[in-house]
Design a protein around this ligand. Structure first.
Ligand code: ANZ
Length: 959
């Protein structure tokens, strides 16, 4: 009987689907274990062999945990809102929902064919209204929350309203915008309801605010920092400018400290935690307020009014006597107010120039020194001396207060700036040479130049400076976080609509019971001519507060019918909470719940808690993994879930690299030169599809010429051969459709089977590493599976019987159990594959037919190669799925050697071996060896000078 993998794999995939083998129960006596993959975005290109790497690893772990007696939740779904479907819609007019549906079908077919043990009954799709209803619901929860620093948690906004009505802002210690006003309880009561709404918006965890964004006029949308390369859009290379726009923002900054502290308890890699720590960027220092001299009076000699104040954030208040100028970010709101008439033109020209540079560029660029003097001066808090105020783009508008006290002897950027513009560089460090560079070493610093800081070290001086500033009412200790609030609006069609309408410009939430607010139909997916987002094209997009339905725009009367929000939510909205939805995807109302509604029942949330193991790509380190932690903390604070963190353990799988192939076109010609002929020629490297290249790097020219995707490009080209073939160049790069180096798993499943694919992906190397793909290598694991098959099945059927297991059989089995279990628990899947190979070789050599050995071996292999394991297990007479079998128990006694095969040497030369019990004493060994006939023959009657015995190792007879 042959190993007919195509037939076997289809059979078991059908069986699992029909019997719902991997369905997880929400009420089980077993301990729970939740294994999650980062769910895919269903792109039109389908899966390539790089995508399933993490899924295979998590599937092995999920299957292993089931064998170990856990109730395993291993779900899968689709992150199905997103740009590619929208771009495709713009080009073809096809509704993104249709494209998405088609792509999901392809993904599902591909995933099924690899034999994953997903519980598909729990599938979620972020773009389906019954899912995004809850994304909208969470948005409303954020809107209805504020963050209280006293209790260190988010609370319902009504509690804040209550506090305002009792004490005004007197006692509040809460997260809010920088520009909030203070008021008394009386004031509050007297405010109009609109004014109250305006004030509350500055405290809510999601709020509307004017934010500086990267605006790309050509694409008609805001871009994230990572969508901009060298100042232009990554897609299309269009100009990007900084622009202020009113956008929804998420007050994630309120959670900065908790996001930082929470990392401590997580089983994540140190490097990932460090990335998040840096992103959160905690700095301890002080805020210092400088008064600005009125611009006519630049001297401090006359009494002046200082209507403007500049607040700076500094990590080094101890260097306050080293300040010789101040620098504002060009975008700082004071710039226009304090700039003198003489400096106006220069300042404005500079602002225009810097607006073109992205924040990232400005941060990365340490060489270009640029700035302009505003003509205005600030007053030093202690010396009262005037300090010139400059603007410079090394100061970022979005960090701290967007203004710095510049200390050239302490800060390198300030130093370079001062040198460049010939600004004074006072030295406040005793015995330190600052002629070459700034100096601010915390350990050695000794402060000079001041009355009260003289002679102090950094720590003391910092404390004292803050104390003195407090006395003046011009400063206080402050902790700053680099983490910015996250812009949450997108000017796109294919995303979640906000459950928001506007009354007199103020946002109002739609009551939760009327969700979901589904995406309206539009006839084109582009922004409107007036520059509104695509939803501005919808005709039926107004909220009727009486019927509580979405109605036609022409009914808007601004009394009962109002316009709806035109932006949609960003890609990360749906993925920030999907792990909870899998716990009970059918749940739409919380029947017995005290709450108005929840996205999964209290019982389900309590039972599954959070994700035990999360596997996914490293590119989500600061996006998805921070946003989801933030939302979980909010949901926890508001009492909807029981956990602080979404993902207990996290592993980033390494990328699978593709081997790209290049052809070489001579510049300005249509001639393609074979690789060996390119020297001395000006040629362009052009990627070609790897399917047209064979193992000897030879190009299938006809195949390429006939590829319809490239039209006439290659059909008319001339290929210049060497040795009558065209040789391509090769390089290992990221596997990607755009590099034409993708390998499709479908054909591999047809040619070798899913079990071979699974084993091979694991065999490539350690999970976390980057590794190149080479399809040719799959034959190794494929022959192993054939060998495995032959161990069980002969010409005439199953070879397995009830023969008693030999010592050797047991030893092979138990050392395999031990190794595979250790490997899986350490996520070292590649080494397990070699262990299986060794085990099968040994058992084949031992001619093992014992069911006691061969049946448990199948359970060990089943997480890796589940189809063949199921088939053989079934052939051994089992009627249930192998998934129900317990993991074999390791018995160390089978690995303990009871005897040793001693090498017996004569004058150091090994002559024969002798099996002796390990518990024999030295004397007994010597006696037995000397009495042995082979020793007698070897000695030919001579008596040995000495017999050296090392128990358990060797015997050497010296003549
Ligand atoms: C005076 C000073 C003296 C500073 C000295 C440093 C050394 P981190 O650790 O990153 O928080 N700074 C503040 N706001 C800034 C902004 N918007 N753009 C650019 N730089 C800014 O760094 C905080 C330090 O970076 C602050 O402390 C400030 O310079 C600068 F010997 O103030 B320092």
């Amino acid at each position: 009987m042959k190993y007919d993998f195509n037939q076997i794999e289809k059979k078991w995939q059908d069986y699992w689907a029909k019997n719902q083998t991997f369905i997880a129960s929400n009420t089980s006596e077993k301990p729970k274990y939740y294994v999650l993959d980062m769910f895919p975005y269903p792109s039109g290109a389908g899966l390539h062999v790089g995508h399933p790497l993490g899924y295979i690893a998590s599937d092995i772990y999920a299957r292993y945990k089931r064998h170990k007696g856990f109730n395993v939740l291993h779900p899968q779904g689709y992150d199905s809102f997103g740009l590619p479907a929208e771009q495709y819609a713009i080009q073809t007019g096809q509704h993104p929902a249709l494209t998405t549906e088609t792509n999901i079908k392809t993904y599902r077919r591909q995933l099924d064919q690899i034999g994953f043990s997903f519980d598909w009954s729990r599938e979620v799709r972020t773009s389906s209204p019954e899912y995004y209803k809850w994304t909208q619901w969470i948005f409303i929860q954020l809107f209805e929350s504020y963050y209280c620093y006293n209790d260190n948690k988010a609370k319902h906004i009504n509690e804040l309203i209550y506090v305002f009505s009792l004490n005004g802002t007197a006692e509040v210690n809460v997260a809010c915008d920088d520009d909030v006003e203070t008021f008394t309880a009386e004031d509050w009561k007297g405010f109009s309801s609109e004014k109250k709404q305006e004030i509350l918006l500055k405290y809510r965890l999601t709020y509307l605010a004017e934010t500086e964004v990267n605006w790309c006029p050509a694409l008609g949308t805001v871009l994230a920092n990572d969508e901009i390369v060298n100042g232009v859009s990554e897609r299309g290379g269009h100009t990007v400018v900084r622009k202020k726009m009113t956008q929804w923002s998420m007050r994630i900054s309120a959670y900065a400290e908790r996001l930082l502290q929470g990392l401590e308890g997580l089983d994540w890699t140190d490097s990932l935690k460090e990335t998040q720590r840096n992103w959160i960027g905690k700095s301890v220092g002080a805020s210092v307020t400088f008064n600005v001299f009125a611009s006519e009076t630049k001297s401090h000699a006359e009494p002046v009014e200082a209507p403007h104040k500049i607040e700076v954030f500094t990590t080094r208040p101890d260097t306050i006597f080293g300040v010789s100028f101040m620098t504002l970010a060009p975008e700082h709101e004071l710039v226009s107010k304090i700039t003198t008439v003489e400096q106006k033109a220069e300042v404005e020209a500079y602002i225009e120039k810097t607006a073109k540079r992205s924040e990232r560029e400005r941060m990365a660029d340490v060489k270009t020194i640029s700035g302009v003097f505003t003509g205005a001066y600030a007053e030093h808090p202690f010396t009262k001396e005037p300090i010139p105020i400059w603007i410079g783009d090394y100061v970022l508008a979005g960090y701290g207060t967007g203004a710095v006290m510049s200390v050239p002897c302490g800060d390198q950027r300030d130093y370079d700036f001062a040198k460049h513009f010939n600004i004074e560089i006072p030295n406040i460090f005793e015995g330190v040479d600052i002629s070459e560079a700034a100096f601010a070493d915390k350990e050695k610093t000794v402060i000079g130049n001041s009355d009260f800081l003289n002679g102090m070290n950094y720590k003391k001086a910092t404390k004292r400076a803050i104390f003195e500033l407090e006395q003046l009412g011009q400063g206080e200790g402050k902790t700053n976080y680099r983490l910015r609030d996250a812009v949450f609006s997108r000017q796109r069609y294919w995303g979640e609509p906000f459950p928001v309408y506007y009354v007199n410009g103020m946002p109002q939430m739609i009551a939760k019971q009327h969700l979901p607010i589904t995406l309206p139909e539009v006839e084109k997916y582009l922004p409107t001519e007036a520059g509104e987002p695509p939803l501005g094209r919808a005709d039926v997009w107004a909220w009727d507060t009486e019927s509580n339905t979405v109605v036609s725009n022409d009914k808007i009367n601004n009394t009962s019918i109002h316009p709806l929000e035109l932006n949609t939510m960003p890609g990360w909205a749906g993925s920030s909470w999907y792990f909870f939805r899998y716990m009970e995807p059918g749940q739409t109302t919380g029947a017995e719940s005290k709450r108005d509604a929840v996205f999964a029942s209290e019982d389900a949330l309590k039972y599954w808690e959070n994700v035990d193991l999360y596997i996914g790509g490293a590119e989500h380190a600061t996006g998805h993994l921070l946003y989801s932690r933030f939302w979980v903390k909010l949901l926890k604070d508001r009492g909807f879930v029981n956990v602080e963190e979404p993902f207990k353990k996290l592993i980033n799988q390494g990328m699978i690299l593709g081997t790209s192939a290049f052809v070489y076109r001579e510049e300005n010609t249509n001639k393609y030169f074979s690789k060996g002929l390119t020297e001395g020629r000006k040629v362009l490297h052009i990627h070609v599809k790897v399917k047209y290249v064979n193992a000897s790097d030879e190009l299938d020219i006809e195949g390429l010429k006939n590829d319809s995707e490239f039209g006439e490009d290659y059909a008319k080209a001339e290929f210049i051969l060497e040795d009558s073939v065209y040789k391509v160049g090769r390089d290992v790069e990221k596997m990607s459709k755009s590099k034409y180096n993708v390998v499709n798993p479908d054909q591999i499943c047809v040619d070798y089977g899913a079990d071979s694919l699974r084993l091979y992906e694991m065999f490539l190397g350690p999970l976390e590493q980057y590794k190149p793909w080479n399809t040719a290598g799959i034959t190794g694991v494929h022959s192993f599976l054939k060998k495995l098959w032959k161990l069980y099945v002969g010409e005439n059927g199953v070879n397995v019987n009830n023969a008693e297991a030999t010592k050797d059989n047991l030893k092979t089995l138990h050392k395999t159990i031990k190794k595979v279990q250790e490997d899986i628990e350490h996520f070292s899947f590649n080494t397990s594959v070699s262990t299986f190979m060794i085990a099968v070789n040994e058992l084949t050599a031992q001619k093992c037919t014992s069911k006691d050995i061969l049946e448990p071996l199948l359970v060990l292999i089943s997480p890796y190669a589940p189809h063949i394991a199921e088939e053989l297990y079934n052939m051994l007479g089992n009627s249930e799925s192998i998934a129900t079998a317990p993991f074999p128990k390791f018995d160390p006694s089978h690995l303990v050697e009871s005897s040793k095969n001693y090498p017996i040497s004569f004058n150091g030369k090994m002559r024969f071996t002798l099996e002796l019990p390990l518990d024999m004493s030295k004397d007994e060994i010597e006696k037995t060896v000397l009495a042995h006939e082979k020793t007698i023959a070897q000695l030919e009657g001579r008596s040995p000078k000495k017999v050296i015995v090392v128990p358990g190792k060797i015997v050497n007879i010296v003549e």
